[in-house]
Design a protein around this ligand. Sequence first.
Ligand code: ADP
Length: 305
Amino acid sequence: VGSINLDTVLSQQQSPGVNGISALYGRCDFANGGKGTNQASAVAKLGGRAALVGCVGDDDAGGSQLEALEALGVDTTFVRRLPGVQTGRAFMMLRPDKTYSSANIVGANGFLVPQYVEAALDARRFDLVIMQLEMPLETVYRTYELARDRGVPVIFDPGPARSIPLERFEGIFILTPNEDETEALTGVRVRNRAGALRASRLLWCETHARYILLKLGARGAYLFDGGRGEFFPAFPIEAVDSTGAGDSFTAELGLRLCLGEDIRAAVRAANAAGAICASRMGGQPAVPTQEEVRAFLERFRETPV
Ligand code: ADP
């Protein structure tokens, strides 16, 4: 997965680029990434146990990603290396407050069929499934149904901003779209509290999810439980690169809920994990450890954010 960092244009002297693109735009980095892998590595780095279900090609990018996951202790038993298939590559443009991606990259996960998911769910006892849209839509829906039939709660963190029918997620545990995904799913651009409530209500009416949780970048998060909504303001940090912030957020949220923590405390901790990640360069390397999240929350304990 490639990433072009547009915002290092100004610091080019300190960090000379690696090729022609960098001469025009700034530094050019190549990094492992993709939503599922980011989430699995975030869960592992934050102290949980994660298994990833997915596909990579039998190329260098796939090998590099597998190595990185295994180094973090992610169970890669259910990651298939597909011969003759290319691992997905995306170009990202980074700004401190937002990452622009060459959208809708499914890559090798286009070959992810429901049977792969079923095999994993049968082989391991999962406390939680986190899933996204970077696979065929039928696999997305079947993943929810397979998990639900086994009594495993599911967090759906949509991933690419796409408009899809949501009825088949009836009764899902949590939906965690970011701003763009919320707009793609509801047509509502969330600009304020009223917009957050309106978008959440629309999502809730379609899914009757236990919680709708909007990730709103530098504005924090908005939690809706079918009745009332509540804003959780972001922690004040100096953002340098938000890549992976949403994945850190979702991983921390999922871990806390698995440990039986109250939803509000879990959202606050998730906001902290997202904020720490956004304050550092990179995606997977920027994910904090649980100790860092704890220390960060401690620092803000007296602050009413
Ligand atoms: P995604 O990475 O999925 O697009 P967001 O950009 O909304 O999601 O970020 C996820 C979470 O990370 C936010 O809800 C917030 O808690 C935290 N976060 C992201 N950017 C910032 C920021 N600039 N300042 C503080 N927290 C941030």
